[in-house]
Design a protein around this ligand. Sequence first.
Ligand SMILES: [Zn+2]
Length: 351
Amino acid sequence: MSNSILTYRYRLKDATSGKHLLRMAWACNTVWNFCNEVSLLAWRRHKHFLSAFDLINLCAGAGHALGLHTDTLSEICQEYARRKRQCHKIRLQWRSRKRSLGWVPFKGRCIRLRDGEIAYKGRRLRFWSSRPLGGTVKTGSFSQDACGHWYVNLQCAVETPGVPLGAAEIGIDLGLKNQLACSDRPEPYSRENLTRKHEDALGMAQRAHKNKRVKAIHARIANTRKDWAHKTTTQIARRATLIVVGNVSSTKLSKTRMAKSVHDAGWGQLRMLLEYKASKLGVTYCEVNEFGSSVTCSACLSKTGPSGLSALGVRVWTCTHCGSLHNRDLNASRNILRVGRDTLPGIPLCQ
Ligand SMILES: [Zn+2]
């Protein structure tokens, strides 16, 4: 058995708790902006950055006036210091009600959970208990989405089985036409292009300046994409013992005419979910450089495949060197698996 951290997300129920949460989110923004201002001042006067510890000391005692738990204050200070380290900036963006979505972090010990109810600072908030919670809550947060709905996110330490459920070694090629091609499965996983499907409705709502409708359509697209990604990656992780994924990046492709398809494919989300589910099930996960994977023949390793942008439409090709017939995506996923096996020294070759 091994330990891993999983996040459980539940939608909050009460329409009445919205106002209360908005007020708490305002208080959190105040703390964040105070951290921002005071660390800028410290930098200007003494040329030194304030650590999370310094910020927590400076915020001491403010919790009572703002109606926040002391742990919430320290979580905000820690998150501020972490973000600042990541961004390498003297000052971060201000948080305001218009600019940022509501966010109230907390530690596991400031809340009480009872079937479908969470108590924080003497206030009970109800949520839809869509699945049972596993493990003990370490940290969490209340967060808001663009449509104004509130959620509670609970990060739990969960004991996971160290042995994977499946035995397959899977190379995965991420693509545009077929989102996921697995080396152990002849048919790729594919779904329709969601951006294109909702394009007309979105355009109409945008031209009519119906902001609420625009947000709702965007949320629908995002939810459908996420749901599909979750279902597919679970299927893959359950039958795998090794997962190798190509490191294809959307940054360069997003400047070409394929931009819409690239954004719709959501490669980053798929990779994140695969890695997360692999760690949950004790599956080995690695990312490899996928350069040349679609032009190399997986049988004889000669570069005889169709190359260049014009060859993207070629789905099936025959190797001129060894004569084997290849499906474009399946061949690429087999190459990715081979590269992954070569880079991971601990795995014995059995194929
Ligand atoms: Zn060949």
